[in-house]
Design a protein around this ligand. Sequence first.
Ligand code: ASP
Length: 347
Amino acid sequence: MSTSPRYRAAARMIAAIGVVSLAAACAGAGTGGTGGTGGTAGGETGGYPGQNITFVVPFSAGGPTDTVTRMIAEPMAAKLGGKVVVQNVEGAGGTVGAGEVARAEPDGYTVLMHHIGMSTAPALYQNLGYQPLESFEMVGLVTEVPMTIIARKDFAPATLQDLVTHVKANADKVTLANAGIGAASHLCGLLFQTATGVKVQEVPYEGTGPALTDLVGGQVDFMCDQTTNTSGQISAGEVKAYAVTTPERVKSLPDLPTTAEAGLPALEVSVWHGLYVPKGTPQDVVQKLSEALKTALADQKVVDQMAKLGTAPVPAEDATPQAHRTKLEEQLGTWAKVIADAGIKAS
Ligand code: ASP
């Protein structure tokens, strides 16, 4: 497998900027606005934050990673007593944005929201330019999100078993969207292809926000994506949904069978998210960010928003640097093996 020219170009693109602030939080305004530069010094944590904090999302605006980031940005900004700017730095399965944060000043003003892709990239990319455990300080885990297998509305297969049969008979024609090598959608697609023994044509995007738009528009056939992106379209009947990739059904999508129920138990994956800052960021700043994360995850509005989208915040004890590091260490080992067995390389 090789990267597309689009990904080799891998141009860093800032697709959308939103600013959330204490002022917005107090006014009850939503996340994702624009403008609002200029820092707010002080707050309950003394000198930090004295300027805007940028949350880097390594995928497109409007996709699931972006959605979760914007959910927690406002309550975190309120707790920190500062402003948070959300910036999308997409490309190469999330590795462009992650690399940018790894190289940023370790001062707590550049924070990365990443997902399971942090643990897959080292096995996939030869020249990654960062090492997950060495280049970052972990702030804490955020949430773990089920994936769904969905298709364009008029795609012929009606069930997951039909999909497998159809893909086997039409492997050269069927297209599978993903968010680039190492993205969650890529991994899920990889598990699908391994489980069925069929190789289909993959179509990479810079995030599953635009991939979903193309799926709804009928430009690609099927994909896997987090419920934080697909719930709305599934409920509205704008896409065909086959299964959820977790052992249990998702409460907000009760009619959707699990992959095990639908006959493909080997396809089990969920997408964990965590916050990172560059290695060398002062420990008291990491701690302040972790405390703010805990506060955000306990916010009833965040809990409700996540529940509607098929997920939940992690327990408070997991929103910590140590729990995050333990998870990352374990996941690096797991995915290195899956990827080596599948013989996949991005470059
Ligand atoms: N869901 C995407 C993925 O496949 C990432 C995103 O667009 O947020 O990893």
